[in-house]
Design a protein around this ligand. Sequence first.
Ligand SMILES: [Zn+2]
Length: 104
Amino acid sequence: MREKGFRKCIVCGSDYVYCPRCGKGNKEETWRYLYDTDLCNKIFDVLSSFTFNHIKKEEAREKLEALNIPKGMKFNAEIKKQIDSIMAKEPKVKNEPKIVNEDD
Ligand SMILES: [Zn+2]
């Protein structure tokens, strides 16, 4: 059986323990309900602001850069996709050639 309060961070996918009832982890830090670290919390904040069009891509990028996300930090696939799309410094939308598998 899994330990009570066992969670997976929705940003980086790390396993951690937090129980809002007994405060395992830290009761004061309610963001621990969803994220293992404050950094993940802040990253998610930026991503959701951007997703809901509260901030522009440039602003989201600035905010992410200001967080000094360590290189090599792990993210869950969906989050990684969002971060990559924000951090991609392309002034225009590129028409990337589609890779087609032609077996026949
Ligand atoms: Zn995390």
